[in-house]
Write a protein that binds this ligand. Structure first.
Ligand SMILES: CC(C)(COP(=O)(O)OP(=O)(O)OC[C@H]1O[C@@H](n2cnc3c(N)ncnc32)[C@H](O)[C@@H]1OP(=O)(O)O)[C@@H](O)C(=O)NCCC(=O)NCCS
Length: 153
């Protein structure tokens, strides 16, 4: 693990030049990753695409889709070597702040029931379960449900 002093953690909007790095990180973190094209489409669609940085190094990313007064967090991730030191929590707070500034009243997301770390973080931040989306995710040997969560801002 790389210990990162909090004042070294920064956020900025994702740029086209980040796509390769973000897609590499995504492949290292998910068994069923988004493609580089999925990230490019998100940028081109005008979604709120952010990266978290340790100095110049991209160590996380988040994609937020804002629609009127609602937002959907489509992806958030922190590089494996930087996990479990509060960066995910701080980054999520930043993203919720972006949603608040956009005058959103609620932020939704999906999470796998098997994703214990993410579920812990979301519950701790105040997200509540709204529904289960059956067979939402690809999974080895079949599909996995999604927990559909929301937080009012
Ligand atoms: C989810 C994720 C973004 C969290 O990032 P992070 O920087 O590790 O987050 P934090 O360090 O702020 O918090 C992690 C919390 O999960 C807890 N945690 C870690 N592993 C856990 C596990 N297996 N079971 C339960 N809790 C766990 C940590 O103890 C910490 O909680 P605490 O602050 O109460 O101690 C990161 O794990 C990740 O990128 N995972 C891969 C991508 C992913 O699954 N994204 C979410 C998709 S919905």
């Amino acid at each position: 693990m790389s210990a990162l002093p909090k004042d070294q953690l920064g956020y900025r909007r994702m740029a086209p030049d980040d796509l390769a790095t973000v897609a590499d990180l995504e492949r290292s973190l998910y068994e069923f990753p988004w493609s580089k094209g999925n990230f490019r489409d998100s940028l081109e669609a005008g979604y709120d695409c952010w990266v978290a940085c340790d100095g110049p190094r991209v160590i996380g990313y988040a994609i937020l889709m804002v629609a009127l007064d609602e937002a959907h967090l489509l992806n958030i991730a922190v590089a494996a070597g930087w996990q479990n030191q509060g960066i995910g929590r701080a980054f999520l707070e930043h993203v919720l702040g972006v949603a608040r500034e956009a005058k959103c009243q609620i932020v939704y997301l999906e999470v796998r029931p098997s994703n214990a770390a993410a579920r812990h973080l979301y519950r701790d931040m105040g997200f509540q379960q709204i529904a289960i989306r059956p067979g939402y995710y690809p999974a080895r040997g079949g599909r996995e449900d999604a927990l559909f969560l929301g937080i009012t801002l």
